[in-house]
Ligand binder design. Structure first.
Ligand code: 5GP
Length: 115
């Protein structure tokens, strides 16, 4: 999906606008983090930027430097808030062929035994 095809009705856009609920873990001016609705491990949290970016490729190409730095710091702050700093995995499924289902850029933080 090209960057121009950002769909404002995607689920994460609706969560960002407060139209759908989420189990919030962390929020700051750059990002929102919340528990995945279908956790694949003991800890499975999604971090999304507060901007219209379809994927990792789109975000890293188009987001202003302040937003990119703020987003990755928010990922780290979320890991701290979750208490998973001793060990966790980050994943960003990118493009339909890469397993991306929701086309608002997001990073999965996964830790602990698979569920
Ligand atoms: P993707 O495959 O796009 O990287 O992952 C999308 C993730 O979003 C999946 O792990 C899925 O369980 C999660 N998800 C889909 N819809 C919702 C929702 O409405 N709320 C939350 N919290 N997670 C969702």
């Amino acid at each position: 999906m090209p960057a121009s095809a950002y769909d404002r009705s995607n689920i994460f856009a609706r969560i960002l606008r407060g139209e759908l609920p989420c189990r919030k873990v962390y929020e700051d001016p750059f990002a929102l983090a919340f528990h995945d609705i279908h956790p694949k491990a003991a800890v499975h949290v999604l971090v999304i930027p507060k901007g219209e970016y379809v994927s990792f490729v789109d975000f890293t190409a188009d987001a202003p430097a302040e937003m990119q730095a703020g987003f990755w710091r928010a990922v780290a702050a979320t890991a701290r808030a979750l208490g998973v700093e001793p060990g966790f995995r980050l994943a960003a499924n990118t493009g339909a062929a890469g397993g991306q289902v929701v086309f608002h850029f997001h990073v999965h933080i996964v830790s602990g035994p698979r569920t």
